[in-house]
Each structure stands twice: as structure tokens, then as C-alpha cells.
Design a protein around this ligand. Structure first.
Ligand code: ATP
Ligand code: MG
Length: 385
């Protein structure tokens, strides 16, 4: 029955940004997200986006996709009519939005088109009276069971009875590119999602503990990346082996291996980032969640590179992270068993207060340059869209 979907984007966060660029990206992202579903066209009107449907459109499927697009505040499947008179709107409501007798109802009108010969208050009042007469509804402004929404834009009335909440945030791609360190754990996928939410285009780097790249063995990481790509619409996953580091780090004191590995990851990541025009690294680190994630250790890790490392989960509680992981759809995958790089090789009690001079003097004794080069030679890249 619906002929279009009305899409509103969050405007508050827009001040500093280039608005037309934001809108263009959002429309482009909606188009990409809907590449496998039927619709007529997407267009912009007066600060809104209208997705015109056709007879073959599957509204449920479209709703599922739009719920994953950053930058959408809310959206609503609508029925539309010419807005030249309130009678036309009444007629549309009578045919398409019948209300059961006795239902507490309300009309909420938003008039962006100021050229019409009536005000939004008049629509609320007249249409409200009509609901009472036509359907025996009861008007309740405070606690309605049903709300009939009317939006009047460029001579047309868009009528709907359901607003579907979007994710807010900024459209993927408006804030630059990040190379995100993705593990098989719960945190780093959530951290990547938060970066996407602020408009970052996110590629992934994963260090795996297998002898060579093996898609079947790395299915968990790819599955995580695929879920995240539903939100960001495209991503590359860089797979790099852990063993070149391991082979060198056996010479290092075991308490330091974790910090050494983090620094190593960051150095490998930095080179990939530079090569691919990426401006920042991302990580799922969280302050004091595990004993090794201290300010001292993070400072020493950050000193391994000149590119900023973004840590969006820094201050989150574990239960908040788990809740987000469930909402995003990564939790079930994150808890699947996986051969982790760190479990056996790292010390049970890694240092909590790494000292930069000590770390650098250990690094000087190891041949990390060759290990980094080997990692680069072994890179496997998978592109997802
Ligand atoms: P996560 O749940 O994301 O693994 P965590 O709390 O288990 O986080 P660590 O295992 O200490 O924390 O890892 C800290 C961060 O280092 C991760 O969030 C991730 O960004 C990065 N990281 C850890 N292991 C890898 C890996 N094998 N490949 C790429 N990045 C990794
Ligand atoms: Mg982990």
C-alpha cells in the first residue's frame, strides 16, 4: 500500500560539516544498501530524503536495510496525496489508515511547505475531528494509542502512522578513513562500529596465528567484518600472519611480549595505512579492562607510530560493550572459539607499566624490520561490499 519512504536525517550534528556533501553521501549509501531491492528512485526534498517505491518493493526488507544506515534519524513508510486541501488528506486516511472504534488517537502535522492555505494546527484539528466522526476514535493528545502523522512538503502530504528509529550518527565516508585492528574478541568489532557511526570509512587489519592465510580457518574474522560491512557498505580486510613477530619475540622477556606485539601491530598497520591513504588507526582497547590496558602501556604503544590511534571504547563498561555487540550482531560471532595469537605465547601476567626506554632497548635487540617486511610480503586482502 505504501508509495514511498520518508527519511529524516539528524541535523543537529551537522553544523561544522559540509551539508550538501553529507546529504550526497547519505543518498549514495542508501542506494548502495538497497542495491539488491526494488525501488523507483531516491530524491531529496526540503531537508528530507524520499525513497519512491514501486509495486515490486519489499518494504520489510527496505526497513531492515535502512535501520543499518548511519546518518538516518528516523524514517516512515508513507502514503502520499496532493496537499491542495485537507479533504484530500482525509480521503487518504479513510482509505489507508483505518482506526478501530474507541482507539485513543492523535494527529501530528509538520508543514514544511508554507505556501498552502492552511496551518498545521488546522490539519491537526480538522483531521482529528474527522477521525472521531469517521472511525469513532477518541482524541488523546497525552497518551495516544495511534498517531496519524502528516508531513507537508512541496505540495504533497506524506501520511504515516509509524516512525522507525534510525541509528543517527554520520554517513559512512564523511569523516575519512581508518585502519582498524580487528581481533576475534568482543570489543574490537564494537569499536569499529562506533568509528563507522562517526562517519569513518573503516578497513580492517587482522593478525592471524595460522601458518598461512586460510579462508576457512579465518571465517570468524571474515564473518565479523561482513556484519560490520552491512553498516559501512564496503571494507577491505587485510590478513597478516603473526609468526614473523613470534619468531623474533621468543628472544624477548615474556612479560614484555604483549606490549611489543601491540607496537608491532601498529607499525605494520602504519605502513598499510600510508600506502592506502588512511589517516588513523583504530583499536578496541579499553582503559583498565584487562590489567595490561593501562595508560602507561597505551602511551608506549602510541609512541610506536606517528599516526593517531583511535580508541572509541576507552571509557566504556564491559556490559555496555556486550549490549552494543548484541545490538550490532557481532556478539554471537565473537564468542565462537578461535585460535588467538596471544593466548599461549604471551605471559600470564604481562607488564602493566611498560617503560619506553626498556621497550625500545629490547626492540633494538630483535630483528623486527625483517619481521615487518615479511608480514607485508604475506598480506592477503579481501574486499567486501
Ligand atoms: P578484543 O575483544 O577486541 O580482542 P580485548 O579486550 O580482548 O579486545 P586485547 O586482546 O588486549 O583486548 O586487544 C586489544 C586490542 O588490540 C583489540 O581490541 C584489537 O584492536 C587489537 N588486537 C588484538 N589482537 C589482535 C589481532 N590478532 N589482530 C588485530 N588486532 C588485534
Ligand atoms: Mg582480545
Amino acid at each position: 500500500m505504501f508509495d514511498c519512504i520518508l527519511i529524516h536525517y539528524g541535523e543537529l550534528g551537522l553544523k561544522g560539516l559540509n551539508r550538501p556533501f553529507f546529504e550526497k553521501k547519505l543518498i549514495e549509501n542508501i542506494g548502495k544498501a538497497l542495491k539488491n531491492v526494488e525501488y523507483q528512485k531516491i530524491r531529496k526534498v526540503q531537508g528530507r530524503i524520499i525513497l519512491e517505491l514501486n509495486e515490486k518493493s519489499n518494504v520489510e526488507k527496505i526497513e531492515e536495510s535502512l535501520k543499518k544506515i548511519f546518518g538516518i534519524a528516523w524514517f516512515a513508510p508513507c502514503k502520499t496525496t496532493e496537499a491542495s486541501s485537507i479533504d484530500k488528506i482525509k480521503e487518504l486516511v479513510r482509505k489507508n489508515f483505518p482506526i478501530a472504534a474507541g482507539t485513543k488517537a492523535r494527529v501530528s502535522t509538520n508543514r514544511a511547505d508554507k505556501t498552502l492555505p492552511y496551518t498545521s494546527m488546522e490539519v491537526n484539528r480538522e483531521l482529528g475531528a474527522y477521525l472521531v466522526k469517521q472511525f469513532k476514535a477518541k482524541i488523546s493528545l497525552g497518551e495516544p494509542e495511534t498517531t496519524i502523522f502528516v508531513e507537508i512538503v512541496e505540495g504533497k502530504a506524506y501520511v504515516f502512522d509509524r516512525k522507525i528509529k534510525g541509528l543517527y550518527g554520520l554517513p559512512s565516508g564523511v569523516s575519512g578513513k581508518v585502519l582498524h585492528l580487528l581481533s576475534g574478541g568482543i570489543d574490537s568489532p564494537v569499536a569499529a562500529w562506533l568509528l563507522m557511526k562517526r562517519g569513518c570509512e573503516v578497513d580492517f587489519l587482522h593478525f592471524h596465528a595460522f601458518e598461512r592465510f586460510n579462508e576457512a580457518k579465518l571465517a570468524k574474522i571474515l564473518d565479523l567484518a561482513k556484519v560490520l560491512t552491512q553498516y559501512s557498505l564496503k571494507a577491505r580486510v587485510f590478513f597478516v600472519p603473526f609468526y614473523p613477530f613470534e619468531a623474533e619475540a621468543v628472544e624477548a622477556p615474556s612479560r614484555y611480549r604483549l606490549v611489543l606485539f601491540r607496537r608491532f601491530m601498529v607499525k605494520v598497520a602504519e605502513e598499510i595505512a600510508r600506502k592506502h591513504g588512511i589517516n588513523a588507526l583504530g583499536s578496541g582497547e579499553n582503559l583498565a579492562q584487562v590489567s595490561s590496558q593501562t595508560l602507561e602501556n597505551m602511551a608506549v604503544i602510541s609512541k610506536a607510530t606517528t599516526i593517531p590511534i583511535l580508541r572509541p571504547l576507552l571509557t566504556y563498561e564491559k556490559n555496555e560493550i556486550v549490549q552494543l555487540a548484541k545490538q550490532i550482531g557481532t556478539f554471537e560471532i565473537s564468542v565462537r572459539p578461535y585460535k588467538d595469537c596471544c593466548s599461549i605465547f604471551m605471559a600470564k601476567h604481562p607488564t602493566t607499566k611498560a617503560n619506553l626506554e626498556i621497550v625500545e632497548s629490547i626492540e633494538r635487540r630483535l630483528n623486527l624490520k625483517d619481521a615487518i617486511r615479511e608480514c607485508h610480503e604475506e598480506i592477503e586482502i579481501i574486499s567486501l561490499e
